[in-house]
Write a protein that binds this ligand. Structure first.
Ligand code: ADP
Ligand code: ZN
Length: 510
């Protein structure tokens, strides 16, 4: 039916489990082949397979693709007219559907439950199951109601699937969806063909252009930006440089979005410049690079976004440029975010993990996989492996910087990294002079490093949580860890910044 020669990875085992009526939790990276794990059992077992998916925009495509294979599939969501819905409902009740896709909010409606009771269900597939986890980065309250599937249909097998798999998320999926008896299938999360590179941001558009021109001329790729404005500016910039680039963000007209998405999927060599609104469920195998011009909010998000590169198994690049301003703006976002203190702590923990990945001196892949609970050996296919960063003893500079932060903290004012660095370098800028900071004992004590090096020290101390950001203005503050450094009770190892070439860190010459 699907035209494949063999099952991939754990597909066969998973399918057998569900066909036999058992529950399953499937943790498999993007592109791993999760869909088949519920589509085949839905065809084998009597009745209709009900697929809960938040990806409303993709339902039509999925259903069309299945129809082309001869699978009887349909969906119910808010985009349909009453007549269209009636037609699908009738087909379901008549037992004429193999698969029925539903948006999660549908299941919160009593009518839907009544409708489903009127037909025969072969299984429930809960796609993007991490959306049930409040710990995760993509929480959707509608998913909480899915716990009722177990009570309402105790004999119908349930299969939950996600590409996000920290131990905490998996545990929460099990509890919240009441999948205690589910067999768990955890695929390797490694994507060996993706080369991970993280560079210090320094005129990011030019850095991006160099990457595209020197390594990815004519390749299809995705460039992620945090804001809609920067999406549009970056796309326009690339167009000016002769690179065909399309913008995509939630603020664009639905028609424009759909057109850009379908051009990206169909035409070769296009660059999609997008916010993270783009990409979930996109199946384009030959994306050769994913570039981030801003720091992702979590390692899960970063992993999912970069995972869209190289699904065909051929070499692909995951490239990220990040700088201090990213850290500051994300702190600001966290501080101003709705929700309780626990929620903000969670967002902070996500950001800290992302920073640690950026500043690690170890193999990026080892660090990334460790985050998902998987052990690995240094990979030889990431920037820290191909040109290992040298480390240096940064204890003394760290002490100087922390002392400056400490002296300034006394004055109940807001001083970001720029001001602190000016003071360390002994630069009597207007602001420094006006505030009388030329008189501070720390004024001019840090001339052994230049401004760029100091900013790197700040980033790394933040990543190591030896320094904190107090507010959305980027005011630096001491942390419990700072005290130990200031007292000389601990040393600080720092990575030496790679020279600013296009590759940021060249591939090892052999
Ligand atoms: P996921 O949902 O895990 O991201 P998909 O189910 O979309 O992944 O599958 C990713 C790609 O792999 C699709 O193009 C799909 O057609 C293909 N695929 C899935 N299973 C197999 C298989 N057993 N053999 C060959 N190709 C497969
Ligand atoms: Zn590596």
């Amino acid at each position: 039916m699907f035209g494949y020669d063999a099952f991939r990875g754990q597909q066969a085992e998973i399918i057998e489990t569900v066909v036999a009526g058992g529950d399953a939790l499937v943790l498999m990276p993007t592109g791993g082949g999760k869909s088949l794990c519920y589509q085949v059992p839905a065809l084998v077992r009597p009745g209709t397979g009900v697929v809960v998916s938040p990806l409303i925009a993709l339902m039509q495509d999925q259903v069309d693709a299945l129809a082309a294979l001869g699978v009887r599939a349909a969906f119910l969501n808010s985009s349909q007219s009453l007549d269209q819905r009636r037609e699908v409902e009738a087909a379901y009740l008549a037992g004429a559907l193999d698969l029925l896709y539903l948006a999660p909010e549908r299941l919160n409606v009593a009518d839907t439950v009544r409708l489903l009771k009127g037909g025969e269900i072969s299984l429930f597939a809960i796609d993007e199951a991490h959306c049930v986890s409040s710990w995760g980065h993509d929480f959707r309250p509608d998913y909480l109601a899915l716990a009722m599937l177990h009570d309402q249909w105790p004999d119908v097998p349930r299969i939950a699937l996600t590409a996000t798999a920290t131990a905490a998320t998996a545990a929460e999926i099990v509890t919240r969806l009441r999948l205690d008896d589910a067999a768990q299938f955890v695929a390797s999360f490694d994507r060996p063909n993706i080369e991970y590179r993280i560079v210090a941001k320094d005129n990011p558009r030019t850095q991006l252009l160099t990457l595209l021109r020197t390594e990815h001329a004519g390749d299809a790729g995705i460039v992620y930006c945090l804001s809609r404005k920067s999406v549009e500016q970056t796309a326009a910039f690339l167009e000016q440089q002769g690179i065909t680039a399309l913008p995509y963000h939630a603020g664009l007209d639905a028609g424009v979005r759909a057109r850009n998405q379908s051009r990206f999927l169909r035409e070769p060599g296009l660059v999609m410049v997008a916010t993270i609104a783009f990409g979930m469920g996109i199946d384009k195998p030959d994306v050769r690079f994913v570039a981030h011009l801003d720091l992702p909010k979590s390692v899960e998000g970063y992993y999912q976004e970069t995972g869209r590169a190289g699904r065909d198994g051929a070499p692909a690049t995951a490239w990220l440029a990040y700088g201090l301003a990213d850290v500051v703006s994300q702190r600001k976002f966290i501080d101003s975010s709705e929700g309780d203190a626990a929620h903000r702590r969670r967002l902070s923990a996500h950001l800290d993990a992302m920073l640690a990945l950026c500043e690690t001196v170890e193999c990026r892949r080892v660090q990334l996989l460790a985050y998902f609970g998987q052990a690995a050996e240094p990979c030889g296919n990431c920037d820290t492996c191909t040109s290992p960063p040298q480390t240096w003893d940064g204890t003394v500079p760290a002490q100087k910087l922390l002392s400056a932060v400490w002296r300034l903290a006394d004055r109940r004012q807001r001083y970001g990294a720029g001001h602190v660095v000016d003071i360390l370098l002994g630069q009597a800028t207007e602001r420094v002079t006006q505030l009388g900071h030329t008189d501070l004992t720390v004024f001019g004590i840090g001339t052994e490093l230049d401004a760029g090096e100091w900013r790197s020290v700040v980033r790394q101390l933040l990543a190591q949580q030896l320094l904190g950001v107090a507010d959305g203005y980027g005011t630096l503050m001491l942390t419990p860890g700072s005290t130990a450094v200031l007292r000389g009770e601990r040393t600080v190892a720092l990575r030496r910044e790679a020279p600013k070439t296009a590759r940021s860190s060249g591939r090892r010459k052999s």
